[in-house]
Design a protein around this ligand. Sequence first.
Ligand code: HEC
Length: 169
Amino acid sequence: MSEQHGNMIKSPQQLILMVFAAFFVPLIIILLLLTYADSGTKDSARPTSEQSLELIKPVAKLNFVDASAPKVYKTGDVVYQNVCSSCHAAGAAGAPAFENKAAWSPRISKGYDSLVTSAIKGKNAMPARGGASPDDVSDYEIARAVVYMANAAGGKLNEPKAPAPQAEK
Ligand code: HEC
């Protein structure tokens, strides 16, 4: 019994073995721990690239408007489709219908200014700006839509001039 508590290393071979064991056993344990700790991250917690896209989507989808960028005006065509066509496509509520020359020609003969004023200020059942907010559709864009509609019904109105950058609200 007492002999066994003595020096366990009794030969040079045993010494070499002990040195190797002392070095490699902790190393193997550390490696095993690393693999174990990493395995969870790899499979579940770390998102795939599709999941990453999904995760950042609420932010990535925001359309950041560069306030200093030059304003891009909507064409008359686009304004007509977005705002005016709900009434003017079929001529709802007595609106002069799109491409209806008979309905448009007496109005076109009143002239560009008169038509644009009616469109911006409203007229009878025609709401001001077709109900659009001036923040969404500027005066210039309304005028473009008027010209687009009038010319589609045989008018020969000139495309309005784009406002100077600061003059537009
Ligand atoms: C809610 C339905 C409605 C919408 C939306 C609408 N309009 Fe009209 N619009 C009318 C009606 C109704 C009239 C006929 C008004 C009248 O002469 O009594 C009219 C007439 C007009 C006229 C002729 C005005 C005149 O002096 O004879 C113009 C120009 C016009 N609309 C432009 C537009 C433009 C541009 C838009 C889109 C930005 C638009 N409208 C959207 C209902 C609408």
